[in-house]
Design a protein around this ligand. Sequence first.
Ligand code: FER
Length: 286
Amino acid sequence: MKRLLILLFASFVGITFSYAQNENNTVPEGFDIAREGIQHGTIDTISYKSKTVGTERRAIIYTPPGYSKKKKYPVLYLLHGIGGDEKEWLNGGQPQVILDNLYADGKLEPMIVVMPNGRAMKDDRAVGNIMSPDKVQAFATFENDLLNDLIPFIEKKYKVLKDRNYRAIAGLSMGGGQSLNFGLGNLDVFSWVGGFSSAPNTKKPEELIPDPEKAKGQLNLLFISCGDSDGLISFSQRTHDFLTNNDMPHIYHVIPEGKHDFKVWKESLYLYSQYLFKPIDPALLK
Ligand code: FER
């Protein structure tokens, strides 16, 4: 009898998890359409002193509906692509709409989302030749700005949980490459890592994950997504293949007919954000 009860309880938990965590990774119609009569999060622009760049740098912050200074929150750092800046997600993806809707449906653990400018150089606007070597290099330099300037600023100014279990990083394209490079390269800082349509700046898998066994023990989630019609899919595919060959649990979400655009990135944010800062059903990680 006791065993039966345990089994019943386990299958209930299993069903609840797979529902809550969207096992088949589907995205419902209207997930990105603003709804009436729900609570909204708040968007602010902050600026922080960067020792790395030697300037005041801007970032956009989304605090969740019902945000309270009496509570402590986990943080998601959400990074943009090569043609964007700190406003790219807001302008192109309206993440606040996706997240407001998820909160209204009780599907999201409350978190602060920080959208920085990932081009760490004095003129960090996406102007001129966005592919010039100094601008591409600035996306790598951002690792120091993030770790030494932005995160300390956020953790001083906001009530946040200062622990690797409560820090997530994800981004689109160049920002996807940054997220994999910086997240997997600093598993003492981050434990939730997402790369959406990651660009050629993504390190080779052997460099990203030199010690798969160690990384396995440290990661809460490694999420990789890409459109199947994206010319850059080989960078996601080779990472996925390496993870599979090394028995590393992860999610690889390929979007049918997906291109290199915000349809893919919005869907990716919708799926990835729901996993964050919750226990993960191991059956969902392949
Ligand atoms: C490249 C192709 C694409 C590259 C970067 C990108 C640095 C980035 C695309 C994006 O962020 O959307 O060869 O080299």
